[in-house]
Design a protein around this ligand. Structure first.
Ligand SMILES: Cc1cc2nc3c(=O)[nH]c(=O)nc-3n(C[C@H](O)[C@H](O)[C@H](O)COP(=O)(O)O)c2cc1C
Length: 303
């Protein structure tokens, strides 16, 4: 058997296949379909200080090889998360990474302080694709702010801190470097890409919020190029996300330099995709005589 384990900072994942935030609920929803402990980890839906109903409809629109969403971080809020969702997550043997977001650095710190009071969490993914109310722009757009949020959260927890970067920027390498310099244990990339679609019969945007975030296979080459750029800029582990729907896609991300990957939109196409892809990855490693999946990571040949 090939060794499937990977290290993300001090965190050892049993394998490199994780479920992406917002596409896997709080874990319990999918646990009715299969044993989620088979996965390398679960990243929970973004949690905010207050419960959020999210954006008005329509919040989803299909596009070529992808979907647009404007869910608007609908979530149960930190109190309900701790009372209703965490007990199940705590019962799992797989790694649990809690994704958090806020409108200020204080919000992020508040959330970490609350979560640190409880067992069952292995790391935090910082969703930087949300507006900093004081500055207007998303946290993930400004290298100083992205760096600061990592530095401050690192002071509050010994657990893995994983900023999740937005692709809606000029140069992802600059943000990747800023979060590494400030102590990030790893980087997740990418979140959704700003997009829009119009119903030509009604002349109305397909999403209630007009614009939304594009995900699915349509964004995979963009995500891969961003992993490549980030890999050249930083040494910390990268978790590749964007349009993964097969073992071949996973291999592309690993070869380009990711240590692990997250499967997002494809969960809506085939909820069992993560465990099926994991099985295929295992078979691929066996057939090709890899002793460890780590041998694949960053094995890209560019000349
Ligand atoms: C419906 C939907 C909801 C999402 N919600 C979140 C979220 O709450 N927090 C977050 O960090 N990313 C969220 N994402 C982004 C995904 O985690 C992922 O980064 C992105 O969709 C790209 O991966 P994919 O193409 O495999 O879906 C969401 C994506 C979708 C499609």
């Amino acid at each position: 058997m090939s060794d499937l384990s990977v290290n993300i900072g001090d965190l050892r994942l049993a394998n490199p296949i994780l479920a992406a935030s917002g596409t896997f609920g709080y874990g319990s929803e999918v646990a009715r379909l299969y044993d989620v402990n088979i996965l390398g980890g679960i990243v929970t839906k973004t949690i905010t200080r207050a419960q959020r109903p999210g954006n008005p409809p329509d919040r989803l629109a299909e596009t070529p090889s992808g979907i647009l969403n404007s869910i608007g971080l609908a979530n149960v809020g930190i109190d309900n998360f701790i009372s209703d969702k965490l007990p199940f997550l705590r019962s799992l043997s797989t790694s649990v990474i809690v994704n958090i977001a806020g409108e200020s650095i204080d919000d992020f710190l508040f959330l970490i302080d609350r979560l640190e009071e409880h067992q069952g969490i292995d790391g935090y993914e910082l969703n930087l694709s949300c507006p900093n109310v004081a500055g207007g722009l998303d946290f993930g757009i400004d290298p100083k702010l992205a760096g600061k949020i990592v530095k401050e959260t690192k002071k509050r927890s010994k657990k893995c801190i994983i900023p999740k970067l937005t692709p809606n920027i000029t140069d992802i390498a600059v943000i990747a470097k800023a979060v590494e310099d400030n102590g990030a244990d790893a980087i997740s990339l990418i979140n959704t890409i700003v997009g829009m679609s119009v119903n030509v019969s009604t002349k109305r945007p397909k999403l209630g919020e007009i614009m939304g975030g594009l995900s699915g296979p349509a964004i995979r080459p963009v995500a891969l190029a961003m992993v490549y750029k980030a890999r050249k800029a930083v040494k910390i582990p990268l978790i590749g996300i964007g349009g993964i729907s097969s073992v071949n896609d996973v291999l592309e991300f690993l070869i380009t330099g990711a240590s692990a990957v997250q499967i997002g939109t494809f969960n809506f196409v085939n909820p069992k995709a993560p465990i099926e892809i994991l099985k295929e990855l295992e078979q691929y490693l066996e057939t090709n005589n890899f002793t460890s999946v780590k041998e694949l990571s960053g094995s890209l040949i560019t000349r």
